[in-house]
Write a protein that binds this ligand. Structure first.
Ligand code: GLU
Length: 444
């Protein structure tokens, strides 16, 4: 059996009931097969693939807190420190009821290659909890965040592991966690990114994932002699990534006609009103059902449906495996040209293959959404030099990073004879740097 197949089989056997982790590992190992098979005996002897698919460390802990009724609630906290070959562990904290160890491992594994692709010195990690901030009071969210950080603070630090936001963890949660870290450890340091501007945050970090997604999409289209100007775009999600993706798409001349949340979706034929969306989601923390009161011409539908709308470009910005084979078929039938992932692994394996087989340009999340973590690394740089850069400075750096990233994955795909396959290109380009650093550092 080939070394890649051996390791795939053992990852599945040794990590049972973690389908998302298996999916992420399968995608990477299948992509780097040509690199491995060139030198299979050496890779096997060094157990390189076993090392890269085993987290360096995984931490699981109890998070007790008291709700507004005086009852004790217990959640589970996680931090998976996956790979520190190229820098301190870096990656977000997801707060969502679906969180379990397998989800955090899939996200942490993806983060290794994503962070490598940014070209910045950050390793891969991820964490979170099955706590659901939805419907909780600020005091309850603070109680949870303080309890979570009381345990997590033992394992993180500005030079060891720097968590950030993800689904369910925004500016409010980062603020509470930072305050508790500072109180317990007695140091004011850049231990978290996505901080508020008044205490060490970076301008443009809030916008970065969505903006970065559009910068890479524009560069992809430019490489085909096209642009976003005049295009119709469908976006899923209504969180931080979706909001700023919609805003930047509009600035680049596209019309974005959809967004969605966990209960329904909106179709706005005149283009999504970002100010209304921000007010509903960021200020009121409400449901998309409210959107119609701002825009009477729009439609609200329960359930899923964004991918049934005719569009040139699709940007899935909600969550993993939200775009399946039937969605892919509907998009292709409607003439979609490009799909770029704003979320982490939002497209199923079958749907990804369907896009590629039908000539749709497809950029995977680990490349397309890397602008968020890249700007987190810029926040770390600013914290280290105790300075803050202007919005335009950070935004220009972000744009440069995304443009370079596109050409790196495009070149890597071409080098191995997979021109236009940005999944293979991203995995190979991300892997090569980590591999080099792991080899240089010996068996650790
Ligand atoms: N959660 C984001 C991601 O998936 C950002 C992580 C960070 O800024 O560290 O990449």
């Amino acid at each position: 059996m080939s070394y890649v197949d051996e390791v795939l089989e053992s990852v599945i056997a040794k990590n049972p009931a973690e389908p998302e982790f298996h999916q992420a590992v399968r995608e990477v190992l299948e992509s780097i097969r040509p690199v491995i098979e060139k030198n299979e005996d050496a890779f096997r002897k060094d157990a390189l693939l076993e090392r890269i698919t085993n987290p360096e460390r995984q931490i699981k802990f109890r998070v007790p807190w008291v709700d507004d009724k005086g009852n004790v609630q217990v959640n589970t906290g996680y931090r998976v420190q996956f790979n520190s070959a190229i820098g301190p562990y870096k990656g977000g904290l997801r707060l969502h009821p679906s969180v379990n160890l397998g989800i955090i491992k899939f996200l942490g594994f993806e983060q290794i290659f994503k962070n490598s692709l940014t070209g910045l010195p950050i390793g891969g990690g991820k964490g979170g909890s099955d706590f659901d901030p939805k419907g909780k009071s600020d005091r309850e969210v603070m109680a949870f965040c303080q309890s979570f950080m009381t345990e997590l603070c033992k394992y993180i630090g500005a030079d060891t592991d720097v968590p950030a936001g993800d689904i369910g963890t925004g500016a409010r949660e980062i603020g509470y966690m930072f305050g508790q870290y500072k109180r317990l450890r007695g140091v004011f340091e850049g231990v978290l990114t996505g901080k508020g501007l008044s205490y060490g945050g970076s301008l443009a970090r809030t916008e970065a994932t969505g903006y970065g997604l559009l910068y890479i999409t524009e560069e992809l289209l430019k490489s085909k002699g096209d642009s976003l100007n005049g295009k119709t775009v469908v976006v899923s999600g209504a969180g931080n990534v979706a909001i700023y993706a919609i805003q930047k798409a509009q600035q680049l001349g596209a019309k974005v006609v959809t967004c969605s949340d966990s209960t329904g979706w909106v179709y706005d034929p005149d283009g999504i009103d970002v100010a209304a969306l921000k007010e509903i989601k960021e200020v009121k923390r409400a449901r998309l059902t409210e959107y119609k009161s701002y825009r009477p011409n729009s439609e609200y539908h329960e359930g899923k449906g964004v991918w049934t709308v005719k569009a040139d470009i699709a940007l899935p910005c909600a969550t993993q495996n939200e775009l399946g084979i039937d969605d892919a078929k509907a998009l292709v039938a409607n003439g979609v040209k490009a799909v770029c992932e704003g979320a982490n692994m939002p497209t199923t394996e079958e749907a990804t293959k369907f896009f590629q087989d039908n000539g749709v340009f497809f950029i995977p999340g680990k490349a397309a959404n890397a602008g968020g973590v890249a700007t987190s690394a810029l926040e770390m740089s600013q914290n280290s030099e105790r300075l803050s850069w202007t919005f335009d400075e950070v935004d220009a750096k972000l744009k440069g990073i995304m443009v370079n990233l596109f050409h790196n994955i495009d070149d890597a795909a071409k080098r191995y004879g997979f021109e236009g396959n940005y999944v293979v290109g991203a995995n190979i380009a991300g892997f090569e740097k980590v591999l080099d650093a792991m080899n240089a550092q010996g068996i650790v």
